[in-house]
Design a binder for this molecule. Structure first.
Ligand code: BYC
Length: 470
């Protein structure tokens, strides 16, 4: 289905055929634009940015590149093409035709998940509001803005569902999505990680590696949903999400690469010497990694969750790539869980958050291997970046608030509290990383703490002027 760009709201859902819905969304549109102006990338409204815009939802159409001023970006509503005669793939309704409307009895459950998903999208734009001012290069600035406009579009994706399928409640929720703000004491964003500041680029790369990867897993599980419009929306969002994780993986990789170059020049792995030479030492990178990985682990919810069980039973939310499993009912199966009291068997449906978290951890390992290969190739056999134990630094679930070290061992609380600055970014770490954040805007030039990328965007050279600042 092609995207209609001649309308006020680009879409491939034949919006013009439903005047009431079109009017409601056109009423929300200026509120979104006001929010973007206030909370989106600060002070870059006049810049020409080399952005990717979807012009179709097939492989050819979703990546069309050109210079755009961000407020003119064509945010729209794009659903992946329907799958003919799609049936529900899991839970109590498995085998029945997928739903084109939300069944009344599951309405509030669907609404809660769509609102939670929708809330993360503008939250991340808010978290990154000021980052443009300290970009390490025009290439990175462009990637930041690409991520930002696409998160804005993902908000549109959820707002469309709320308006189209949830009536007045949905319209109210859509307004609320613009009223909550990341880190706001009175009206914070729903999930913890989305209230954490992202005020330096190392955090941005960790966030796009670890937190956007939670997005991948959550979207994949919603792409299995029995509610077909939700499934189709999420399928298309996943194509955009891949670039965000690429930004994270290559971003961290380039920071590590630069650190290794400086270590070689100095002939030392002394953190103080590396910092004095303007790069970020590996222990600091590890502490940032510990923070964003563990915070993102919390985004999967509790290990044992009645919400997760009923979402699965009711066909609302499956497991990522549900087809990889044999049992799609899971009513009688159990799951062996690691708890502070030892291993416990719990009903599999209740453990779906943990099933997803474990797949997520495996996926996180892939980039880690690449970064560690670079460290190994630079001749540092003893040095490694590692994922901390999922028991460490948790705020949600059975390990929440426990005094556990990054290897997963229980500790005396006082000793644990004293050790935290070795494991998580300290004020001094943050102050140092912030001190490196100075904006570099000469085409092709990079800040001293990060290596250039291997290649540019869309086959253009790294030296291309990806953002023309006015
Ligand atoms: N922080 O039974 P529980 C993305 C709440 S990222 C604060 O343990 P459940 C993106 C939970 O809401 C993907 N609260 O968990 C990435 C519930 O509250 P209510 C976002 C938390 O419900 C980068 C209560 O604790 N998408 O797209 O099974 C940039 C008990 O919940 C947290 C989704 O999350 C937390 N970390 O699962 C841009 C998908 N964790 O309802 C975008 C939709 C739990 O009792 N959401 N709570 O008041 C869901 O599927 C589920 O809501 C969760 C939680 C997986 C988040």
């Amino acid at each position: 289905m092609s995207i209609n760009y001649s309308e006020k709201i680009p879409n491939n859902v034949n919006l013009a055929s439903d005047r009431a819905l079109q009017r409601a969304l056109e009423h929300w549109q200026p509120h979104f634009l006001d929010w973007w102006r206030e909370m989106g990338p600060h002070h870059f409204a006049q810049a020409d940015v080399y952005l990717r815009t979807a012009v179709g939802v097939d492989a050819q159409g979703w990546a069309s590149y050109g210079a755009v001023k961000m407020p003119d970006y064509r945010w729209g509503i794009f659903l992946a093409d329907p799958i003919a005669e799609r049936t529900i793939g899991f839970g109590d309704h498995a085998g029945q035709p997928a739903w084109q409307q939300v069944p009344g009895e599951f309405r509030s459950q669907f609404r809660r998940l769509i609102v939670t998903q929708g809330d993360t999208e503008p939250a991340s734009v808010e978290q990154q509001h000021l980052l443009g001012h300290t970009c390490p290069s025009l290439y990175d600035l462009r990637n930041l803005f690409q991520v930002n406009v696409e998160e804005g579009r993902h908000l549109w994706a959820m707002v469309y569902l709320l308006h189209a399928y949830f009536g007045r409640d949905g319209r109210e929720e859509a307004e609320e999505l613009l009223a909550r703000h990341s880190g706001d004491t009175d009206k914070p964003r729903i999930l913890g990680t989305f209230n954490e500041p992202i005020s330096d680029w190392l955090s941005f790369f960790m966030f796009t590696y670890f937190t956007d990867r939670d997005g991948k897993f959550q979207l994949k599980s919603l792409a299995e949903s029995a509610f077909d419009p939700l499934a189709r929306t999420c399928r298309f969002m996943l194509t955009e999400e891949a670039h965000h994780m690429f930004v994270g993986e290559t971003g961290v990789g380039r920071v590590v690469k630069r650190t290794l170059e400086v270590m070689k020049e100095l002939g030392s792995d002394d953190p103080a010497a590396i910092r004095a030479a303007g790069a970020i030492d590996l222990p600091t990178i590890q502490r940032y990694l510990n923070f964003w990985f563990t915070s993102s682990l919390d985004l999967f919810g509790s290990e044992v969750s009645s919400n997760a069980a009923s979402s699965f039973a009711n066909g609302i939310k499956g497991r990522p790539d549900e087809s990889q499993y044999e049992d799609h009912d899971c009513r009688t199966a159990s799951f062996s869980l690691d708890t502070p009291q030892g291993r416990e068997d719990v009903p599999l449906r209740n453990a779906m958050n943990q099933v997803m978290r474990e797949s997520y951890i495996k996926d996180c390992e892939i980039g880690m291997k690449r970064w560690n290969l670079a460290i190994q190739r630079a001749g540092h056999e003893a040095l490694r970046l590692t994922l901390p134990s999922p028991r460490f630094h948790r705020s949600i679930g059975v390990w929440a608030g426990l005094s556990v070290d990054p290897s997963g061992n229980a500790m005396e609380p006082a000793e644990h509290a004293r050790s935290l600055s070795r494991w998580l970014p300290s004020e001094a770490d943050r102050a140092f990383v912030h001190s490196l954040m100075r904006r570099v805007t000469e085409p092709g030039k990079m800040a001293a703490w990060i290596a250039p990328p291997d290649r540019g965007i869309n086959n253009l050279p790294v030296e291309y002027e990806y953002v023309r600042l006015q």
